[in-house]
Write a protein that binds this ligand. Structure first.
Ligand code: CO
Length: 215
């Protein structure tokens, strides 16, 4: 435990200060939010503490629906993630799903190097699937740093495809709902988000991307 670690009381004090300042600048802020949420975006990102969705997008409470897990993985049997996507699509009527990874991801690094960390190795198997599917491309890169950079990107592209291939997204597109899936990656060292390619607006976009990637 570091000496500058705030105590729980300190955190609660900070919360009061934050709530007071929010109310001062907009007296109706909390009463309005308490009525309903109407976020425009669903964010699926890494649990990494350095990648907070609201702050890096400059969004307020109520403006983005968020799901985070280690290495921003989307698995078709993960009831947690599927439930978030379902709620976002069918209740909140969200139009944009952002899958966001980040460079220097510890989960991706562990997967790349076959690190033995315990239980989480099972979760990171999904990232190893991405690595294994792209062994040829990764092996041509000059060093481990370059391979980690590329695997962080390939993981985002792969998980965005997984989102698009859920029955939830396929059904949404099938009934004419306008939803786009975006693939972004965040630089821990400069705070900048990069778009990794064209968004998916329909099933054909996903097939084209898979063809381009040779998957
Ligand atoms: Co990460």
């Amino acid at each position: 435990m570091s000496s500058d670690e705030p105590t729980l009381d300190t955190l609660l004090d900070r919360n009061r200060g934050w709530a007071d300042s929010m109310t001062q600048s907009d007296p109706e802020f909390f009463s309005r939010l308490a009525q309903q949420q109407a976020p425009r975006y669903l964010w699926i990102g890494c649990s990494d503490s350095r990648v907070p969705a609201n702050q890096i997008l400059g969004l307020m409470p109520g403006e983005i629906f968020v799901h985070r897990n280690v290495a921003n993985v989307v698995v078709h049997s993960d009831l947690n993630c599927l439930s978030v996507i379902h709620f976002a699509l069918e209740v909140l009527n969200i139009r944009h799903i952002i899958v966001c990874g980040h460079y220097g991801c510890g989960g991706v690094r562990a997967a790349l190097h076959d690190s033995k960390l315990g239980l989480i190795d099972n979760w990171l198997r999904h990232v190893q699937d991405v690595r294994n599917r792209n062994r040829a491309e990764l092996s041509e890169l000059k060093d481990d740093h370059a391979r980690l950079v590329r695997l962080c990107e390939l993981n985002v592209l792969s998980q965005a495809i997984n989102v698009a291939e859920t029955t939830l997204m396929q059904d949404a597109w099938g009934r004419g709902q306008q939803v786009s899936v975006h693939s972004l990656i965040y630089g821990l060292d400069n705070g900048i988000l990069h778009n990794l390619g064209p968004s998916f607006d329909k099933p054909e976009d996903v097939l084209r991307r898979k063809g381009e990637l040779g998957w």
